[in-house]
Write a protein that binds this ligand. Structure first.
Ligand code: PLP
Length: 382
């Protein structure tokens, strides 16, 4: 059994015991395929329909707007590529701070003759309305801006950006993968046409997600086959995962207020501690997800600190993307205008509903020890 403290909840979350309970029958005695007409098939179909209602309810949408997918990545790809395929060639604008699940399919559209614009961010990690306004001076067909950033946790003003996009007759998508379960998410009030969700960020299982779609939007599937999910996502449904996703949405909705206040108090405790150690906290002046803290210490490499903390029993994430031969600083921090040397130092603590104040205190002690050790090593090296 791993005894480390888990502080990487924006990476993934532990399955909630109630979610597991809801899933178990569909991993054992309930073997039906939801397309079958017999009693087993009908039971599977009913389970999916109930999950569809739970997901829709969590984001203020109608069940008929929910398309189940294999997760956030597929939902983002369907939202971008599926709509692009229906439109033919055009122009897309995505923010510079998007997750690769959005930026990569947007880049890939260039091969289909699409033009790609990047919407800038300010130094607080907020996507800039003025940047989008300038981009929209050219006829733009699609805009995608995430609701909350996975690294900084900074919450974006999607309703305002969406309103702007709508006025310019552009289709608007938001990746709400990190926002769901941490802040209120209401599809109808965001001025968007499509929204991506993922189950495993909210104590649901991996391998399930959804695209919430305005029914007036013309969209082509990425997968063709048996025509499941109104023809938009063929393939036998992952029933247990979908049931788990529904149960996780239900729990998130009922526990939202308690979760938020607990996470905020833990994060405040953490940030008071790291400030005493001279941390640079990214996005601290913007409205952020209650659980996320992204920070760096001058002169200390993020990857090194993550490994050192891992050895001390704390699982946190670094803000860097590792490729085979080098470590790239976070594209989110670069978009915020942070110097690459500082950005290379970034580590992310993303708290979860299971974390406790004692864990934060123990982390701060380990962090202080490791920083002083690493600073001594750096001093010897120079
Ligand atoms: N979008 C954001 C903002 C994310 O943080 C993630 C996962 O980290 C994804 C999309 C991808 O979601 P999934 O892991 O369900 O494919």
């Amino acid at each position: 059994m791993n005894r480390s403290v888990y502080f990487d909840n924006n990476g993934t979350t532990a399955l909630h015991p109630k979610v597991l309970q809801a899933m178990l029958p569909y991993l054992s005695e309930q073997q039906g395929n939801a397309t079958s007409r017999h009693i087993f098939g009908r039971a599977a179909r009913n389970a999916i329909d109930q999950a569809r209602e739970q997901v829709a309810e969590a984001v203020g949408a109608h069940p008929s707007q929910v398309i189940f997918t294999s997760g956030g990545t597929e939902s983002d790809n369907l939202a971008i590529t599926g709509v692009a395929n229906a439109l033919g060639a055009g122009r897309i604008a995505v923010s510079r701070i998007e997750h690769p699940a959005v930026s990569r399919p947007a880049e890939a559209l260039k091969w289909q003759g699409w033009k790609l614009d990047r919407i800038g961010s300010n130094r607080h990690g907020q996507v800039e309305k003025t940047s989008l306004e300038t981009i929209l001076e050219n006829k733009t067909d699609m805009v995608s801006v995430m609701l909350a950033n996975n690294e900084t946790g900074v919450i974006q003003d999607v309703a305002v950006l969406g309103e702007l996009a709508r006025r310019h007759k552009a289709y608007m998508h938001t990746d709400a993968v990190q926002a769901l379960g941490k802040i209120d998410v209401d599809f109808a009030s965001l001025n968007i046409h499509a929204m991506s969700l993922s189950s495993h960020k909210i104590n649901g299982p991996q391998g399930a997600g959804a695209l919430i779609l305005d029914k007036r939007i013309d969209i082509q599937p990425l997968l063709y086959g048996g025509g499941q999910e109104k023809g938009l996502r063929s393939g036998s449904e992952n029933i247990a995962a979908i049931v788990g996703f529904g149960a996780a949405c239900n729990l998130a909705a009922t526990e939202a207020r308690n979760r938020q206040s607990k996470l905020i108090s833990l994060r405040t405790r953490l940030e008071q501690g790291i400030q005493k150690l001279d941390a640079i906290i990214f996005g601290a002046e913007a409205e952020r997800l209650p659980n996320t803290s992204f920070f760096a210490f001058d002169g200390i490499e993020g990857e090194t600190l993550v490994m050192a903390l891992d050895k001390q029993g704390f699982a946190v994430a670094s803000g860097s993307a590792c490729s085979s031969d080098n470590t790239e600083p976070s594209h989110v921090l670069l978009a915020m205008g942070i110097h690459p040397d500082i950005a290379r130092g970034a580590i992310r603590v993303s708290l979860g509903n299971n974390n406790e104040a004692q864990e934060v205190d123990a982390f701060l002690q380990a962090l202080e020890r490791e920083l002083s050790r690493l600073r001594k090593l750096t001093a010897i090296a120079v």
